[in-house]
Ligand binder design. Structure first.
Ligand code: GAP
Length: 664
């Protein structure tokens, strides 16, 4: 990856993306909208290439995966069955002052002194009491109110203050003043709300008081006088706004689904959701696809499409957006008990890629297979394995239905660093072994059977000895019972249903299990851009070294494959040849014709766009090559390579085949 690997690098990347038309802020002319991004001309091409490569790899190049393109808005019951309505939430906290929301788990731990306040009173109310009590003694009244305002005295301390002004407790007026001040704190129009501010080291207490005053002012207390309630030292707390120190609200769940209404009436009955993932449509259409595609388990259904999540804190450029695209595969497999009945045993995965799929693979080998396939895909589009991390989720991190999940992380410049200073990476894709949870849920909620009949299993079961039948029956029953009771089916009903399911298995019926590789398009685009960004030294036209910015995309994903550059735009013969080349190449790849400016400047422009090749039509094209193996031959051009700036002279007639070979 390009150096330097810091946030400075991220800033350069964000600025390049805008400058060169990869990514713009959505609705920028209206000040933007947080968490939404648009792809410009180069970004749109890059994205299209990535999606097409994924689609080809996952569907067209395989016999066992088919595609689907479902709607974004679906029946709301789908999201009840999937658990999204109830549990697709982040714990969120809010700053009472700035109203900014944070994800509770994303607040950085801080240490410092916490100032506590148990309320505030209006300064004009205090003034009124002072005038009342000291009506005959203007000097004392002024002295008292000056001490109150100057010293930011709080009501509890005012007793002491009153005493110092009045000399002693027997002074007439002391008790009255003290009682009135005390009573003031408990008046309904004053605030008794408890609040705290964390003061990081080096800041004066006044800055904590200032934040506290804002808090009480927002509660209608004009010119508040704070009621201090002590202070304490705290360490590694995540309860305060890192930006202003204000105590955050208690964490509360915040559902991430965007809600809308379908039809002309806005009521609870018309509520629908923008899909937060593409996966559920695949489960909902599982039976239709199975019946119309002539596929049999094991097989997969792939989908690319938009997903929406009302993220509490969109961040890191496009990494966490509110509208994004996913590329998801649901690969349906037989339960391990069926595999064991058919093949006698279930293969266990070893190290590395398990190779071509085999009939004795259970969920573990299929899972490993998809992890390795997906890493190969990333390598094939230019993300070296060294930039990726294969993270196996720990048991306590797994979703309750998942048997295993591997996250493929990319080492983004904004990723955290470990103790050794290495980037730890952020999730590009999750590959989850989701058991039969999803189809089972849709079966329960829709009342439509989601199981399949497997003739091979039925035949194999008949040949098992009784001990094996009992063992497999029992294991399948137990797994089904566990699922059913987890989703709150009563033990009696679960017992009955689990037994029926196990009886079904013996007749060749089961609900398929699933392995789900789920990737984000936008995160991948960002990873490709970060990985491609380099600043290096190249000689300019006069041979002087200069810094160039270059995006070293793999030719497969590069938005423009070849730049076509006539040396001079006012030489019709050169232009004619260049246009001829453009028209030959254009039906096969994205080309960019550029005749404006010095040739060196044009190369730099293509370098920044990540164009891997440039073809230059020069006078040797017309007059014959001066040297090299093609010396004397006409209709040759220079082919320049982006990464090292080297050039070859090639025949125009060979260009198409040569470039096709390089971009394939
Ligand atoms: N169906 C499973 C699923 O949706 P996920 O881990 O929530 O799993 C899958 O999402 C992928 O979608 C992630 O690995 C990531 O690449 C992408 N993704 C999720 N939330 C995103 C967001 N707010 N912005 C951009 N990409 C996101």
């Amino acid at each position: 990856m390009g150096e330097p690997k810091t946030n400075e690098l991220m800033e350069k990347i964000v600025s390049l993306c805008k400058r060169r038309g990869f990514i713009y802020q959505s609705s920028e002319i209206y000040g933007g909208i947080n968490g939404f991004w648009d792809y410009g001309p180069l970004g749109a091409e890059l994205k299209r290439n990535v999606k097409e490569l994924w689609w080809n790899t996952m569907t067209r190049m395989r016999d066992d995966v088919v595609g689907l393109e479902a709607t974004i808005i679906m029946a709301p019951e789908i999201w009840k069955a999937s658990g999204h309505v109830e549990t697709f939430a982040d714990m969120m906290v809010e700053c009472p002052i700035s109203k900014k929301r944070f994800r509770a788990d994303q607040i950085e731990a801080q240490s410092g002194i916490v100032f506590h306040y148990s309320g505030a009173v209006r300064s004009d109310a205090v003034q009124a009491i002072i005038s009342d009590i000291f009506e005959d003694d203007v000097t004392k009244a002024a002295q008292f109110s000056k001490s109150v305002s100057e010293g930011e005295k709080v009501v509890k301390e005012m007793r002491e203050l009153a005493l110092s002004v009045l000399q002693n407790e027997t002074d007439p007026g002391y008790e009255e003043l003290a009682d009135k001040l005390e009573a003031l704190v408990h008046k309904p129009e004053e605030s008794e709300e408890i609040f705290s501010v964390l003061l990081s080291s080096g800041k004066p207490p006044e800055s904590a008081h200032k934040i506290a005053k804002q808090f009480y002012e927002q509660r209608g207390i004009k010119k508040p006088i704070l009621v201090n309630d002590g202070k304490e030292k705290v360490e590694n707390t995540t309860r305060y706004n890192p930006e202003n120190g204000a105590l955050l609200t208690e964490p509360r769940p915040f559902n991430l689904m965007f809600k809308t209404n379908v039809g002309p009436l806005e009521s609870e009955d018309s509520v629908a959701y923008l899909r937060p993932e593409t996966a559920q449509a695949i489960f909902a259409q599982f039976k239709n696809v199975l019946e119309t595609s002539r596929q049999r388990v094991p097989f997969g259904i792939a989908q690319i499409g938009k997903a929406f999540r009302n993220e509490v804190t969109p961040r890191n450029f496009t990494f966490r957006s509110r509208e994004f695209e996913q590329m998801e595969l649901e690969f349906f497999i037989k339960p391990d008990e069926a595999i064991e009945a058919i093949t006698g045993s279930v293969a266990k995965p070893g190290e590395g890629h398990p190779g071509e799929p085999q009939t004795n693979w259970g969920w573990e080998t299929w899972h490993k297979y998809w992890v390795e396939e997906r890493i190969r895909f990333y390598e094939s589009i230019g993300l070296p394995r060294t930039t990726l991390v294969e993270y196996w989720q720990k048991p306590d991190e797994l979703a309750h239905y998942a048997r295993a999940t591997v996250d493929i992380l990319f080492k983004f410049p904004f990723s955290k660093r470990d103790e050794k200073g290495e980037l730890t990476g952020e999730e590009l894709e999750g590959i989850a072994a989701r058991s039969d949870f999803d189809l089972s849920q849709h079966e329960r909620f829709s009342g439509k059977p989601m199981g399949v009949f497997d003739e091979e299993l039925r035949a194999a079961w008949g040949k098992l000895d009784d001990a094996k039948k009992t063992e497999l029956w029992q294991r399948y029953r137990d797994a089904r019972y566990k699922y059913l009771t987890k989703v709150n089916v009563s033990p009696e009903k679960a017992e009955k249903a689990a037994k029926e399911n196990a009886d079904g298995l013996a007749k060749g019926q089961y609900i398929p299990h699933v392995i789900e590789p789920s990737a984000g398009v936008d995160r991948l685009i960002l990873a490709l851009i970060c990985n491609a960004y380099y600043e290096d030294q190249m000689p300019d036209e006069k041979g002087k070294m200069e810094t160039r910015v270059v995006l070293k995309f793999h030719p497969r994903v590069a938005p423009v494959k070849v730049g076509i550059l006539p040396l001079l735009k006012n030489k019709p013969d050169l232009v004619k040849k260049a246009l001829e080349i453009r028209d030959t190449l254009r039906p096969n790849m994205n080309v960019f014709y550029d005749d404006a400016g010095a040739i060196g400047r044009r190369y730099r422009r293509q370098d920044e766009a990540g164009t891997p090749f440039c073809v230059t039509v020069d006078f040797e094209t017309l007059e014959g090559a001066k040297e090299g193996p093609l010396a004397g031959q006409k209709d040759t051009v220079t082919l320049r390579y982006r990464d090292d700036g080297k050039q070859d002279r090639v025949k125009m007639a060979d260009l198409l085949a040569l470039l096709m070979e390089k971009i394939r």
